[in-house]
Ligand binder design. Structure first.
Ligand code: GBP
Ligand code: ZN
Length: 267
């Protein structure tokens, strides 16, 4: 017999909006019926969204800010005994502190921890792959490090650190990696992108699309790493257009100036 339809698409991601503009996630392994929670700031809302038949096996926190980790204590009471992963001692209910390149599993899915300090000193992004025969593209949960069309404020770090996080660590992931970020900021970010690169058609198209989506009360996740390289000014600090508009001659200086411009930008 010719095995033609063996693709199982074992990975699935659902997002659940929370608070003002945060996004919580459920990461499903369909092959084992296990699910993990990412940043469960509204524990009941997230728990209610879990598909029947699935077992919640772990909680992953991107960083300690309350709008990401503030539901952990409650969530740990709702699911006693499950591991809580994260990279910062300030994360409530943390049971497994992780570091760069640590690997954990959600059913048959492989989750690699990526240390991306800058927004906070203990920020972790989670890169997820399934068996290559499954046909699912990889996914990355980027918290407040990488947003669609933007990045997190540099509360506890330097331009050099964000340069490394975005343009070495995250840019090094496969181009088809799906990007699931911690906030719905796409319109603000792409509007800023348009202000610095008014002739970038990829930005203009994506901004128009994002406005359409939000007008229909839809969300703009996921993006892809390839798309971010085309539209996100913070992943374009090596491009001549960005160097020229910032008047800089290297990536780190360009990162610093672009961040300063975004901090001042008003829509
Ligand atoms: C906007 O709406 O586009 N400019 C934002 C306003 C992440 S949340 C809100 C804002 O500053 N958001 C933060 C950010 O990094 N935005 C990216 C940007 O402005 O370009 N947070 O809630 C923020 O991290 C927080 C919580 C901050 C606790 C500090 C502490 Br302490
Ligand atoms: Zn934050």
């Amino acid at each position: 017999m010719i095995k033609k339809f063996v693709r199982s698409m074992s990975m699935r991601v659902n997002f659940v909006p929370a608070l003002q503009d945060n996004l919580m996630y459920l990461l499903y392994d369909q092959s084992t019926k296990q699910v993990a929670a990412i940043d469960p700031v509204e524990p009941e809302k997230l728990a209610q969204s879990i598909e029947p038949g699935y077992k919640l096996v772990s909680a992953l926190t991107t960083h300690h800010h309350w709008d990401h980790s503030g539901g952990n204590e409650k969530f740990s009471q709702m699911f006693p005994g499950i591991p809580f992963y994260g990279g910062d001692d300030r994360i409530p209910a943390l049971s497994h502190k992780v570091k760069h390149d640590d690997v954990l599993n959600v059913g048959n899915l492989t989750v690699r921890c990526l240390f991306t300090p800058c927004h906070t000193t203990g920020h972790i992004c989670y890169f997820v792959t399934s068996d290559s025969s499954s046909g699912s593209p990889p996914a990355v949960f980027t918290g407040d490090t990488l947003f669609i069309g933007g990045c997190g404020r540099f509360f506890e770090g330097t331009p050099q650190q964000m340069q490394r996080a975005l343009n070495e660590v995250l840019a090094g992931l496969p181009d088809d990696t799906l990007v699931y970020c911690g906030h719905e900021y796409s319109i603000q970010n792409l509007s800023f992108g348009k202000s610095v690169e008014p002739n970038n058609q990829h930005i203009l198209d994506k901004l128009q699309w994002a406005k359409q989506m939000r007008a229909e009360n839809k969300y703009t996740v996921p993006s892809t790493i390839a798309d971010e390289k085309l539209t996100n000014p913070f992943m374009r600090v090596m491009q001549p257009e960005l160097r020229s508009v910032t008047g800089t001659t290297n990536d780190v200086d360009c990162m610093k100036v672009v961040r300063g411009m975004k901090d001042k930008f008003k829509m």
